[in-house]
Design a protein around this ligand. Structure first.
Ligand SMILES: C[C@H](OP(=O)(O)O)C(=O)O
Ligand SMILES: [Mg+2]
Length: 319
C-alpha cells in the first residue's frame, strides 16, 4: 500500500542520513518504538548507539505511568541500554507530580489520591507527597461496600489517575468519591490518554487512557492531561535538556499522542515528527488519515513529517 501525499517515507540510506543530520536532539517514545512490553524491538539499541556515536542527544518520553523513572532506568539497563539515567526518562507519573506544584501550587507534604500503579506512588514520595489509594492492598479483592477507603479523607488535595492493570470496582468506587467530593473541587490529573498499547506478537492491549476515561465518564468531569500531546510537558522536557526546538525530532508510534506532540510543539520548525510502524499504527492507518484528515479531530496535527518501518531500519542502511 502506498501513501498518497504528506509524510516522507525514509526508505534509502541517503534519506536516513539526511534525517539524522538535520536534528541534534531526539525524543523517543517507548512502547512500540523501543520495546514491546518487556522485549526490546530488535535493532533499536544499535540505532541509539549509532546516534550516540554521532554526538546526538536523546531522552525517552512515555505515557505509561506504571513505572517510576528509577524503574525505567532498571528496565533500560536490563535490555542492554547503557548510561540511561533518571534524568533522561520522562514518564507521565513524573509529569503528574510536577503538575501538582507547577499547575496547582500544591506543596509537598500534601496527600494525593492515586488510581494507578506504583510509578505514581514512588514519584509522589520522592517529592514529599503522601500517596493514598494506589496499590493499597485493602483495595484488592472483591467489591467491599463497607470499605473504610470509601470515606473521603478531607486532607487529599488532588487525584492522579494513570495506567494500571489492577483496575477493580473498589478502586473505581473510592476514586469516584474523591472526584465528586465538595462539588468536584479536587483537581483531577490524568496521566494517560492512550486507548491501547502494542503488546508482544501483535497483541493490542488496553492502555491507561481507558482507566482515565472511565473516571472522566463516571465522575462526569474533565481532567488535566499531563502526558503527550501536552505542550506543557514538551516545554518542560525541552527546557530541562536545553534542546533547541527547531533541531529536535519526536519519534513515536501513535498519531494522536506522539505525532501530535511533535507537531503541536512545532518541533523541527514544523517538520519534527517521525512515525515508526513497529508499534500500534500500521501503514493503512496512516493512509486512512492522509486521505480523510477531516474525519479526525484536528486531523492535520496527526500527520507525521516522516515515517519509517522501525527505528532499527535507520541503521540497517547506515552501518
Ligand atoms: C502506549 C503508552 O506508552 P508510550 O507509547 O507512550 O511509551 C502506554 O503504555 O500507555
Ligand atoms: Mg508508543
Amino acid at each position: 500500500m502506498t501513501i498518497k501525499a504528506g509524510p516522507v517515507r525514509i526508505s534509502t540510506r541517503e534519506a536516513a542520513e539526511a534525517l539524522i543530520d538535520r536534528y541534534d536532539n531526539f525524543l523517543f517514545d517507548c512502547d512500540g518504538v523501543i520495546w514491546l512490553d518487556e522485549k526490546a524491538i530488535p535493532g533499536v539499541l544499535r540505532t541509539i548507539e549509532y546516534l550516540e556515536s554521532k554526538g546526538k542527544k536523546y531522552v525517552f518520553v512515555t505515557n505509561n505511568s506504571s513505572k517510576s523513572r528509577s524503574d525505567y532506568v532498571h528496565k533500560f539497563a536490563k535490555l542492554g541500554f547503557k548510561g540511561i539515567t533518571k534524568e533522561r526518562v520522562y514518564p507521565t507519573c513524573y509529569a503528574a507530580v510536577a503538575a501538582l506544584k507547577d499547575t496547582y501550587g500544591i506543596e509537598s507534604g500534601a496527600k494525593v489520591w492515586v488510581l494507578g500503579d506504583s510509578g505514581i506512588e514512588q514519584e509522589l514520595k520522592e517529592e514529599g507527597y503522601i500517596p493514598l489509594g494506589g496499590t493499597d492492598e485493602r483495595l484488592d479483592g472483591p467489591w467491599n461496600p463497607n470499605s473504610e477507603l470509601l470515606k473521603v479523607d478531607p486532607e487529599v488535595k488532588a487525584v492522579i489517575v494513570g495506567s494500571t492493570k489492577d483496575f477493580n470496582y473498589n478502586r473505581i468506587a473510592s476514586t469516584l468519591q474523591y472526584l465528586l467530593y465538595n462539588n468536584k473541587s479536587i483537581p483531577f490529573i490524568g496521566a494517560n490518554i492512550d486507548r491501547t498499547y502494542p503488546g508482544p506478537d501483535g497483541l493490542i492491549l488496553p492502555a491507561g487512557g481507558s482507566v482515565v476515561n472511565y473516571m472522566y465518564y463516571t465522575a462526569h468531569r474533565d481532567f488535566l492531561n499531563v502526558g503527550k500531546p501536552s505542550t506543557v510537558f514538551l516545554d518542560t522536557i525541552l527546557a530541562h535538556n536545553e534542546f533547541d526546538r527547531s533541531k529536535t525530532l519526536m519519534v513515536g508510534d501513535t498519531l494522536y499522542t506522539d505525532i501530535k506532540f511533535g507537531n503541536d510543539g512545532q518541533l523541527g520548525n514544523g517538520a519534527g515528527s517521525l512515525l515508526v510502524l513497529s508499534g500500534g499504527t500500521k501503514v493503512s492507518d496512516l493512509n486512512h488519515l492522509i486521505q480523510n484528515p477531516h474525519s479526525f479531530e484536528d486531523g492535520e496535527s496527526l500527520i507525521p513529517s516522516y515515517f519509517v518501518d522501525s527505528l532499527a531500519t535507520l541503521t540497517d542502511w547506515l552501518e
